[in-house]
Design a protein around this ligand. Structure first.
Ligand code: HEM
Length: 470
């Protein structure tokens, strides 16, 4: 006899207000903070209704793991992801499942983003990190700095040098803020806000901001292309592949406008990494013992000399610091999934063995602030404990708490480069710089759009007392 399906439990929803629904439950200028707060109140799953649309949020490790089953669910391209297509069209991040362009770009770019390729850029990464450390520990050290602002520049600097062979020198003293930083902020903030505004208002009042940001981002990418065309090089890097490689499956190459789409997309994707590092500095300031342990590990592994690539894989404790920062920062705050369409079958989709039901075409948002801090998995989930992210303890954690790079086919294509970047920069900052909180009472507050970052987090940086021989 078939096991009867249990009667579904209604998906919890905040009470809301007549006609407008839950519009006041989500702050449009800090959506992810609101979702974090709702996940703390409602737990593993909740829904809201805004302007007649139902949005379902998954916020536990078990449900996150379930909706990452690629046999049942796939990435949902909707809302802000569709809005950012105004800037990057059918690029890797924004392509609909049916668009051929995704496969073509993925097969061209994935070989350039393997762990081995990331390692090949190690010296360039060191060179850019030198710029940051010089800025923080050189003349004027001890001044108040906003780590995120400089880490944003470091990310742009390092990815542009490694992927496209051009040094921007945007960390040099006296440089004005690079226009890409504000343009990425403006484009992604607009993309997040537009789905919840009436169309007329988007068009009449807010259209110019996204257009201007798009123009700036595409001009940056076009300039990299032009620079390479004017200065031919035998570097076989990302830009070379974007301009010359052919998809091994279809034989197609990327058109120049698609090259620009992908450069902009990767810049936006990469801008998550500085958010992780800025949050890591906050967690380390709260946990000085972790700094001590990381420094002891580096003294044992690296000794007195400079950090070399072969050291990176041996820094298990630093890896724990980076993973724990990925977990607690939720720098990429979530991702969207939907049930894979089942032609002719509109029966509800069951979750948690039938405990919950959603319509057959209901998109869901995985809220990593819920899944990553699930008390069913972590003892004292808000505590910063690198040890639980090391070795076997890490391996044994359920898959649903390790989704900081997304899932499956649409998982982050830049994850190996991001890992190399996070490890090298975290290791060097811990090893070479002493940080103090500018405001000892500062408590972490985050905001953001496609990525979330500490707000108003200010530190004082000085060369490590006693020094490190680099
Ligand atoms: C710590 C740093 C990073 C984190 C936490 C992160 C996180 C993510 C997540 C969660 C997704 C899935 C998005 C979705 O399902 O809608 C994603 C996709 C993506 N990321 Fe990253 N990312 C990081 C760094 C990077 C870097 C450095 C690049 C540059 C190559 C990059 C490029 C992309 C692209 C192109 C996609 C779309 C992939 C596809 O759909 O095929 N990301 N990332």
């Amino acid at each position: 006899m078939a096991t009867p399906t249990p009667t579904p439990t209604p998906i919890p929803q905040p009470p809301g207000v007549p006609l407008l629904g839950n519009i006041f439950d989500v702050d449009p200028s800090n959506t992810w903070w609101s979702l974090k707060t709702l996940s703390e109140k409602y737990g593993e799953i909740f829904q809201i209704k805004v302007l007649g649309h139902r949005l379902v949020f998954v916020a536990s490790a078990a449900l996150a793991e379930e909706v990452c089953d690629q046999k049942r669910f796939r990435k949902f391209v909707g809302g802000p992801i569709v809005e950012i297509r105004a800037a990057v069209h059918d690029s890797l991040f924004t392509a609909f499942d049916h668009e051929e362009s995704w496969g073509v770009a993925h097969r061209i770019l994935a070989p350039l983003l393997t762990p081995g390729r990331a390692a090949a850029h190690f010296d360039e990464l060191l060179q850019c990190t030198d710029d940051l450390i010089a800025k923080w520990t050189g003349p004027g050290s001890g001044a108040r700095v906003r780590p995120l602002a400089d880490l944003n520049l470091l990310t742009l600097e390092a990815t542009t040098l490694a992927f496209h062979g051009k040094k921007l020198d945007c960390l040099e003293p006296g440089q004005a803020e690079h226009p890409m930083i504000q343009a990425m902020e403006d484009a992604t903030s607009e993309a997040m806000k537009r789905p919840n505004r009436p169309r007329l208002l988007n068009w009449l009042v807010h259209g110019a901001k996204l257009k201007k940001a798009t123009k700036t981002m595409r001009a940056f990418a076009a300039e990299l292309v032009r620079h390479r065309q004017d200065n031919p090089s035998d570097r076989r890097d990302m830009l070379w592949a974007l301009l010359n490689a052919r998809d091994p499956e279809t034989g197609k190459a990327l058109a120049e406008s698609q090259v620009i789409d992908e450069i902009v997309t990767m810049s936006i994707g990469g801008s998550t990494a500085p958010c992780v590092l800025a949050a890591a500095l906050y967690f380390l300031l709260q946990n000085p013992a972790a700094v001590g342990k990381a420094r002891d590990e580096m003294a044992a592994v690296i000794g007195d000399g400079p950090l070399r690539h072969e050291h990176v894989a041996q820094l298990a404790y630093v890896a724990g610091v980076v993973r724990e920062s990925l977990r607690l920062s939720c720098a990429a705050p979530g991702f969207n999934v939907e049930p894979i369409p089942r032609p002719g079958d509109t029966s509800p989709v069951l979750l948690a063995g039938g405990k919950y039901q959603i319509p057959h075409n209901q998109a869901m948002i995985v809220v990593l602030a819920g899944a990553n801090r699930d008390p069913a998995v972590f003892e004292d989930p808000l505590a910063f404990r690198p040890e639980r992210m090391m070795g076997e303890s890490f391996e044994q954690l359920p898959a649903g708490v390790k989704k900081w790079f997304g899932n499956g086919k649409r998982e982050c294509i830049g994850k190996h480069w991001a890992w190399e970047f996070l490890m090298v920069v975290a290791a060097r900052l811990i090893r070479e710089v002493d940080f103090a909180a500018a405001d000892p009472n500062y408590a972490l507050k985050q905001d953001g759009w496609f990525n979330i970052r500490p707000i108003d987090f200010v530190v004082q940086a000085r060369p490590r007392s006693g020094g490190v021989q680099e």
